[in-house]
Ligand binder design. Structure first.
Ligand code: IDP
Ligand code: MG
Length: 139
């Protein structure tokens, strides 16, 4: 039993397609609590920091231009085992491998536009929450 906070995001394709409500509804239905949330544009600098682990990979430039291509909804989500559970709800990175019932399995078709982001480990969650939110923004 461990209550955790994770960083979750509706990516620009999800916002553009009007899926924000659906994704928030899934989080809430699961029993998670939203501790902070904002609709925002990600700057190039923030994108390069957030996706720093992928710098140098062939898809990095495309990933940065995609994530800065329109508003995102950034959230801090809290709940029991929230980090792993949110990853399970998202489904595999490539929607082609994502199981039906997961967000990517149900709502996406390609790896470069896969609707949602979630931290992949406790240290990542702490880092990502810290770069997107000031402590005072959490309720
Ligand atoms: P994750 O979002 O499931 O944590 P990561 O491996 O951290 O997956 O990759 C970050 C994002 O970069 C993915 O969600 C996806 O949009 C994009 N991405 C990852 N691998 C590829 C690839 O091989 N081609 C194109 N885009 C990719
Ligand atoms: Mg990742």
């Amino acid at each position: 039993m461990a209550v955790e906070q994770t960083f979750a995001m509706v990516k620009p394709d999800g916002v553009r397609r009007g899926l924000t409500g659906t994704i928030i509804a899934r989080l809430e239905a699961k029993g998670f609590t939203i501790k902070a949330m904002k609709l925002m544009r990600i700057s190039r600098e923030l994108a390069e920091r957030h996706y720093g682990e992928h710098q140098g990979k062939p898809f990095f430039e495309g990933l940065v231009s995609f994530i800065t291509s329109g508003p995102v909804v950034a959230m801090v989500v809290e709940g029991e085992n929230a980090i792993l559970e949110w990853r399970k709800m998202m489904g595999a990175t490539n929607p082609k491998d994502a199981a039906p019932g997961t967000i990517r399995g149900d709502l996406a078709t390609t790896i470069d536009e896969n609707v949602v982001h979630g931290s992949d480990a406790p240290a990542t969650a702490e880092r990502e929450i810290g770069i997107f939110f000031d402590p005072g923004e959490l309720v």
